[in-house]
Design a protein around this ligand. Structure first.
Ligand code: ADP
Ligand code: TRP
Length: 329
């Protein structure tokens, strides 16, 4: 059976981008494959979160995974740092990762720009830790959003390189995965770029209706189409992209038509989008609250996931140690 693996950093509530880029795929894959879904808490340390925030965010994301429909009986759901074998594999893979290629990674360059006063070694080797996550369970498929494509490419390179150096055919090269065949990028509400936790442009799955209304009403648009069939500016295109994700095809068609014949009023589009977003997120909001407050249940799920993930990770680390020559004499 093929293995699927993916992770999300615990840096706040899950938003629509996380859901459509990653989690929706997780849920749909869990019936067909051996699935590992984890919370990448080691990764989130690159930004030095306060311990109590980190704790809370781990609990939040675990609850949200479950609220989205991940089933701990089907998938192995775990916290990355509950399986420290990952850290050992990361150390071993670091020996074959070159500083030059790590410095050239787009996400690294972006982080250097965003946090120039905290360019730590964990940021530089982010892709190596991610490769360790993936290779430790021999994943075949990795459902992620478009922004993670390069990291996946690097994982494939590290796997190939390890096999070449040791003359083995041990690590598989994982493939990025999306049901649509194409990795998606959900845009933010601020006119450009992707929806992201740190961009302040996101709709969270657990946002209250009033919060959703406020965020959508503030979304960036433009002065409106002047002539029939004008091309759409990026901010307006982005609103349509989100509408397509949560509204019915009829609604989308209705507003596209209104745009094409220049009678569209963005305020109507936004009102409709806000109501459809509220409807779409309603089930998550409720389930999330119940699960988040049930700490005994969360602890039980956490332990169960840890045990299953550890078993698979320990086997890999043992085999890698043997391949490398870290064995008893
Ligand atoms: P964020 O970008 O909000 O900090 P993460 O980096 O933790 O979120 O991303 C977790 C998962 O969600 C990754 O698989 C990522 O590709 C996906 N993802 C995040 N934002 C988007 C988006 N706007 N569109 C599609 N996928 C996304
Ligand atoms: N880097 C991913 C992100 O920022 C999170 C992540 C860490 C991940 N390890 C992973 C995703 C392994 C898929 C597989 O979104």
């Amino acid at each position: 059976m093929k293995t699927v693996l993916s992770g999300i950093r615990p840096t706040g509530h899950l938003h629509l981008g996380n859901y459509f880029g990653a989690v929706k795929n997780f849920v749909e894959l869990q019936d067909k494959y051996r699935c590992f879904y984890f919370i990448a808490d080691y990764h989130s340390l690159t930004t030095h979160p306060k311990p109590e925030h980190l704790q809370q965010n781990i609990r939040t994301v675990l609850s949200e995974y479950l609220a989205c429909g991940l089933d701990p009986e089907k998938a192995t759901i775990y916290i990355q740092s509950d399986v420290p074998e990952v850290a050992e594999l990361y150390l071993l893979l670091n020996m074959n990762a070159y500083v030059g290629e790590l410095e050239r990674t787009t996400t690294f360059k972006e982080k250097v720009r965003k946090q120039p006063n905290n360019v730590n070694a964990g940021l530089l080797t982010y892709a190596v830790l991610m490769a360790a996550d993936i290779l430790i369970h021999h994943a075949d498929y990795v459902p992620v959003g478009k922004d993670q494509e390069q990291h996946l490419e690097m994982t494939r390179k590290f796997a190939r390189r390890f096999n070449n150096i040791y003359g083995v055919d041990y690590f598989k090269e994982p493939e990025p995965f999306s049901f649509t065949g194409k990795l998606i990028k959900v845009p933010g509400l601020d006119g450009s770029g992707k929806m992201g936790k740190s961009e302040g442009n996101a709709i969270n799955l657990t946002d209250e209706p009033d919060v959703i209304r406020k965020k959508v009403m503030k979304a960036v648009t433009d002065a409106g189409p002047k002539e029939p069939n004008s091309p759409m500016s990026e901010p307006v295109k982005n609103l349509f992209t989100i509408l397509e994700l949560v509204s019915t095809p009829d609604t989308v068609e209705y507003f596209k038509q209104k745009y094409a014949d220049t009678t569209i009023r963005y305020v109507d589009l936004k009102k409709q989008l806000a109501e459809d977003l509220i409807k779409f997120t309603e089930p998550f909001r409720q389930r999330f609250k119940d699960i988040y407050n049930n700490i005994d249940y969360l602890r039980k799920i956490r332990k169960m996931g840890q045990e299953k993930a550890k078993e698979s990770a320990q086997k890999t680390v043992k085999e890698v140690r043997e391949i490398i020559g870290l064995t008893n004499f």
